[in-house]
Design a protein around this ligand. Structure first.
Ligand SMILES: Cc1cc2nc3c(=O)[nH]c(=O)nc-3n(C[C@H](O)[C@H](O)[C@H](O)COP(=O)(O)O)c2cc1C
Length: 85
């Protein structure tokens, strides 16, 4: 069975609400980005990230991208880009 996880970063709660909806629909695990470690992400086939859009971009997305590289060095760069943008 494919394992999915939804990670969110949310300052005022909007993204958290959407992340919960997604995780429920997908029967996925859900983690707050501030509490997640690279080890926690091992074994997932799909990592979905959501963050509020702030003037400089999606909050926290660079941190999660680096974590994805850490756990899977052979993960295709293109796949990571498609996942995040
Ligand atoms: C300082 C600031 C900058 C923002 N910049 C943008 C932006 O550039 N584009 C946009 O669509 N929304 C922008 N927003 C709106 C937030 O993305 C939106 O409120 C979002 O729901 C926040 O999600 P969160 O509360 O889960 O972090 C901005 C909000 C704040 C407070």
């Amino acid at each position: 069975m494919m394992r999915s996880v939804v990670i969110y970063s949310s300052k005022t709660g909007f993204t958290k609400k959407y992340a919960k909806w997604l995780a429920e629909d997908l029967s996925a695990d859900i983690f707050d980005a501030t509490k997640v470690t690279a080890e926690m992400l091992e074994g997932y086939d799909t990592i979905i990230y959501g963050g509020g859009l702030y003037a400089l971009g999606i909050s926290g997305v660079e941190y999660i991208k680096q974590m994805a590289y850490t756990i899977s060095t052979d993960y295709p760069l293109q796949a990571i880009k498609q996942t995040c943008f």
